[in-house]
Write a protein that binds this ligand. Structure first.
Ligand code: ADP
Ligand code: MG
Ligand code: MG
Length: 879
């Protein structure tokens, strides 16, 4: 038999699933001897049963009556007693705190007769009638579903406290008119219906929305706490307040809170009256204040964490009504965790458990001081956090030109493509009118630590005219021309005209310079040292340039997990790639490849120097070649208009156009790319391997310690890898011969297609390491092209709860994760000790890092700016 009702004296904080958070903590405070008004908790299972069947589960009614009788016995008062009534509150309290989302009803037990008893025992007539007024109002709205405005209007028309009995009569009449029934005079019925209303509030619209946003499951249900009322509204020697054991905004030590004399709980929260700082309690009731400080110290020592509390003073006597481990800002989280270690309350592993990678990421970005800012000009998706100020530019070239002259710019595009990369690098922020959190702009910007707001749909961008317009909600049109200064808030997703004042991030400066300039930075630094000692997985960075590599190293990266060589084929070198693609003969192609060799070798040399002594995984060219060719439409227009003008189009253009048409792919994600490219374009693999090998040889000759690993992308079958391996080894041997020194390196593969994961044992025969490419693996497993689904149906899927989060942000454990586990198991079965890492975007995502730890990967690789986050989360996963 389930027992649906538990007394506060029976439980404890470990029972939050059963009793809800509030009930468990009320029981805990009771257990440690703090002054908590007595009461009992109806367990969450009763709520689930009620919601499933629409009726109270059998036995609940009897149990409620029994516990109420015990409460009456203990207090010596009876609910509804006309001489000396007991009053109770009925309080919701779910497993996870949902502040203000659900219902609480106070002063249950008052009716036409007991109100007189309360007036007599309290010696306070107005208080008694005001309490009855509150009950009818709360019960009327939450239990009986009456529009709250009716009560509020009546109250506004008759505010005089002396007229409360008249007002109550009006309230009772409202109930009668609106529902056709009388306000229930039977206190037992009040209690039963209030409990049921709290159950039902679990499925209220506010509560459901809140749960979706906070990822709280919908099927937990809420507990209900029934508690003896204490009164903060009994005059000037009474009051109510909320307090924190430390400052939840900064982590500063010392208690903190608000107090409202002569008031009941909701008055503080609803802000009808201005609360005063806790110090005033100290002045007016020094004993209460001392007691409160004592209780808070007890709670902090007991919970070993920042607690927030709700309390009430009834005629000089202090009562504790609620406590929980309090929410806090990122800064407070880091500072408090370290303070608690220093105070001997927790150890380092627990401190690591108290902070998160997301909080660390937030501490690394500069922020706007938004207090002084007006309404934003436009709002979009907060894709990459941080704050940036710059002048608006509309194309990559202009961004590069102005940035080179020392100007800070914001690149504004309808959307971005790989062509915009130089401009994105040059800009402080990227702003687009199309695309979501995983659009090109967003992914690339996050990777680079650039601020990005995307999908700001109210922007009408006219690239040719070099301006955008924004139509405000009231129809006013603002025009913003190139060169106008704007502020982009990537954390809020907003754009403001002009320069908002900035607050820099000392934590970012710490990672850049190692300097510990403040208490916060010192806390972060000490936690990071312990994180590095605690984690099992290594953390590498995805980096393509020496600058990125050097930064990654400063941020604690232990190597490069992914160097995308395609970035070495852009810019000036695009011409050389174009020549290679257009080559008609072997010798034309060889000439083109030969021209690409020296610049690539120089790139690799610099990269290896920056990562000297650490592994550097170089991926062979991956994207389809048409990405290196000009856009089809522009080219076709150029050729056509030359013809229309009666002239001869440029023969180079014509040849390019034909090639572009031939190479066009409808779904480039699944076409000629990755290893397929290397196998089909003669000399392409050899060029890259030669550039790598010569760079290695050069570094060795200079006394360096290059540790290169060559990685083959988009492998489907062991047969592909076998062929590539032959070619790579042949080139390595050739260069070894030339430099007179044996050059070998591990040759591994990406596992980024389902087939590769499913045949990992065979592939492992040919691979020295695996790197899980979870971006492509997610696309191919779900059959969703990231670039296409974002704009079309992603938001609908998120809204309808089909996705809880985007599988491109956080690894899908059930599907993609299963393939990962298969690849790991089969790969290591075929080749014991096989080194396996991950180099998708997921490598820097906290949740995914935990999964990769569980899946026993050796390392994660992520963008340089995410390296500290991954270090911290890898440690937290290992706790
Ligand atoms: P929430 O979960 O929204 O904070 P609570 O259950 O804490 O709702 O109730 C809101 C307020 O009502 C409390 O902060 C407290 O001030 C007041 N309250 C609840 N129960 C009692 C009680 N037994 N005696 C006095 N005040 C109470
Ligand atoms: Mg509360
Ligand atoms: Mg890939």
């Amino acid at each position: 038999m389930v027992r649906y009702v538990h007394d506060f004296t029976e439980g404890g904080r470990e029972q939050a699933d059963l009793l809800g958070g509030k009930g468990a903590n009320l029981a805990e405070m009771t257990r440690i001897g703090l002054p908590v008004p007595p009461g009992f908790t109806v367990i969450t299972e009763a709520c689930r049963a009620y919601l499933a069947t629409g009726t109270e589960p059998g036995g609940l009614r009897r149990e409620l009556a029994e516990h109420l009788a015990a409460l009456e016995e203990a207090t010596g008062r009876r609910l509804g007693d006309p001489d000396d009534p007991l009053l109770v509150s009925v309080r919701s309290g779910a497993r996870y705190s949902m502040p203000g989302m659900m219902e609480t009803i106070l002063d249950i037990g008052l009716n036409d007769r007991s109100v007189a008893g309360l007036a007599k025992t309290s010696g306070h007539e107005e208080f008694a009638w005001d309490s009855y007024r509150r009950l009818v109002q709360m019960f009327g709205t939450t239990v009986m579903g009456i529009d709250g405005a009716l009560f509020a209007d009546a109250l506004a028309r008759r505010p005089d406290p002396a007229e409360r009995p008249r007002l109550v009569a009006e309230f009772l009449a409202i109930v009668r008119e609106r529902t056709g029934e009388e306000f229930p005079q039977d206190p037992a019925e009040q209690l039963r219906r209030a409990v049921r209303a709290v159950f039902e509030s679990w499925n209220g619209e506010r509560a459901r929305l809140y749960r979706r946003r906070e990822h709280i499951p919908d099927d937990l249900g809420t507990a209900v706490n029934v508690q003896v009322m204490v009164f903060g509204n009994l005059g000037p020697d009474s009051g109510t307040g909320v307090a924190f054991t430390r400052d939840p905004a900064t982590g500063r030590q010392g208690i903190y809170g608000d107090y409202l004399p002569d008031a009941q709980g909701e008055d503080v929260v609803s802000g009808v009256r201005n609360a005063v700082p806790l110090q005033e309690l100290q002045e007016h009731h020094p004993e209460c204040h001392t007691q409160l400080c004592g209780h808070m110290a007890t709670l902090e020592r007991h919970y070993r964490d920042l607690c927030d509390i709700e309390f009430t003073v009834e005629r000089g006597k202090l009562w504790m009504l609620q406590t929980r481990v309090g929410k806090r800002t990122a800064e407070a989280a880091f500072r408090i965790a370290v303070q608690l270690v220093d105070e001997g309350l927790i150890d380092w592993p627990e401190a690591l458990d108290r902070v998160t990678g997301d909080q660390l990421a937030r501490l690394m970005f500069p922020r706007f001081d938004t207090a002084s800012a007006g309404a934003p000009l436009a709002t979009g998706v907060p894709a990459s956090p941080g704050a940036a100020v710059g002048t608006v530019v509309f194309d990559s070239a202009e961004a590069v030109r102005r940035a080179a002259a020392g100007e800070q710019v914001v690149l504004v595009r309808p959307e971005t493509t790989p062509d915009d990369l130089p401009g994105m690098v040059a800009a402080q922020a990227v702003l687009t009118s199309r695309g979501g959190k995983t659009s090109h702009a967003a992914v690339v910007a996050r990777g680079m630590g650039r601020v990005c707001v995307c999908g700001a749909e109210s922007l009408g961008i006219d690239v040719a005219a070099r301006r955008f317009t924004v139509t405000g909600p009231d129809g006013t049109v603002t025009e913003v021309a190139e060169g106008t200064e704007v502020s982009v808030d990537g954390s809020a997703g907003t754009v403001h005209l002009g320069a908002l004042p900035l607050v820099g991030s000392p934590v970012m400066r710490y990672f850049e310079t190692g300097e510990r300039e403040s208490g916060l930075v010192d806390a972060v630094a000490r936690l990071m040292e312990h994180a590095d000692a605690a984690r099992r997985m290594a953390v590498r960075a995805n980096a393509d340039t020496p600058e990125d590599a050097a930064r990654a190293r400063r941020f604690g990266a232990q190597g490069i997990g992914l160097c995308r060589t395609e970035h070495m084929f852009l810019g000036e070198r695009r011409r050389l790639v174009e020549a290679m693609i257009l080559a008609r003969t072997d010798s034309e192609r060889e000439r083109a490849l030969a021209a690409l060799l020296p610049p690539q070798r120089e790139d690799f040399t610099a990269l290896l120097a920056a990562m000297d002594g650490l592994p550097v995984t170089i991926r062979l060219l991956d994207p389809p070649l048409h990405e290196f060719l000009p856009d089809h439409t522009g080219l076709a227009v150029r050729v056509a208009s030359a013809e229309a003008a009666g002239g001869e189009p440029d023969p180079h253009d014509v040849r390019l156009l034909r090639t572009v048409e031939r190479m066009h792919e409808h779904n480039p994600m699944l076409g000629l790319r990755g290893v397929r490219l290397g196998l089909l374009v003669p000399g392409l693999i050899a060029l890259q391997v030669r550039a790598v090998a010569e760079a290695v040889a050069g570094r060795l000759a200079d006394g360096g310690d290059p540790r290169v690993e060559i990685m083959v992308p988009l492998v489907d079958t062991a047969a592909e890898l076998r062929l590539v391996r032959q070619e790579v080894e042949a080139v390595l041997a050739e260069v070894s011969e030339q430099v007179g020194r044996a050059l070998t390196c591990p040759i591994g593969t990406m596992i980024e297609l389902p087939r590769a994961a499913l045949t990992a044992d065979r592939i492992a025969d040919r691979a020295d390491f695996f790197s899980l490419g979870t971006n492509d693996l997610t696309q191919t497993t779900w059959g969703m092209s990231r670039d296409d689904v974002e704009a079309s149906f992603f938001s609908a899927y998120l809204e309808r709860g089909i996705f809880e989060v985007s599988p491109f942000e956080t690894i899908d454990r059930q599907g993609v994760g299963r393939l990962v586990r298969i690849a790991v198991a089969e790969g290591r079965a075929a080749r014991p000790g096989l080194k396996i890492g991950v180099c998708g975007e997921h490598g820097g995502d906290p949740d995914s890092v935990h999964f990769f730890h569980e899946a026993e990967l050796d390392y994660v690789s992520c963008s340089p700016f995410r390296v500290p986050v991954a270090r911290l989360e890898a440690a937290r996963a290992a706790l």
